[in-house]
Design a protein around this ligand. Sequence first.
Ligand code: G
Ligand code: G
Ligand code: MN
Ligand code: NA
Length: 254
Amino acid sequence: ISLEAAMFQAVREGEFLLYYQPIVDARTREIQGFETLMRWKHPTLGMVPPVRFIPIAETNGLINLLGAWALKAACVQLKQFEEVAKRSLYISVNISPRQFRNDKFLDVLDDAIAFSGLAGEQLVLEITEGTLMIDPVHAESILSKMAERKARIAIDDFGTGYSSLAYLKRFPISVLKIDRTFIRDLPGSQKDGAICNAVLDLAKHLDLSVVAEGVETEEQLRYLEERGCQYIQGYLTGKPMAANVALAALKESI
Ligand code: G
Ligand code: G
Ligand code: MN
Ligand code: NA
């Protein structure tokens, strides 16, 4: 049985689950929100990493079904996180190119928001530069409809795609997520430092938030914080974790 066939079975059996990685304030380290990361717990293969199954789902279209489930489940989960934390949080969800292009995507988004009772502002949709560039005219129309719902748009893996900076002017974008390849060799790498500083400066002048991804050391956090990076995501401040583990972390923090 192929991995692809196993995936259809896995959907029926409910083998997919969601992990949550904290996104924290760089200064206080308080959790502000979580990025939702899909996991597949196969009964004999164990944990199948997303790099193995997301591309298949993107090719055969299953990503539309999986993505719709993830979006709704994550929004519902956020409500429980907030009850425990006793404050407002946000949830960030990856949207693949195929989901973004799907005719039903706005219905899926409306359903997730209505069903969970979240405010639109509490939802961040992560897309890559590539997703925007496939069809910029279509992207502009979808993004404006997302903005009507107050959902925020984050550019994932910022700086790694083939795109022009003009889209930052054209599209309603709120967040830049600096790709972890630019963070990994900080603070030693002069080039990566220059890139991070440029992104932070750009974001400041365009009034965008910045999340630095893949922060693994105190030195990286300090470097970024000193240069005005407000939000951090990485193993240093929290690995992707099951919902019950995230709940425990929130409980501990109040
Ligand atoms: O934890 P990590 O190995 O989780 O995730 C690897 C990659 O898989 C991420 O960079 C992301 O692009 C993709 N991914 C993880 N979860 C999701 C999801 O729910 N939807 C989509 N479209 N991609 C995801
Ligand atoms: O959606 P995106 O492509 O940004 O996916 C985030 C990926 O980064 C996931 O695979 C997640 O497990 C991974 N990740 C999160 N924090 C760290 C980190 O500190 N170091 C490394 N190497 N990977 C991380
Ligand atoms: Mn992401
Ligand atoms: Na990323």
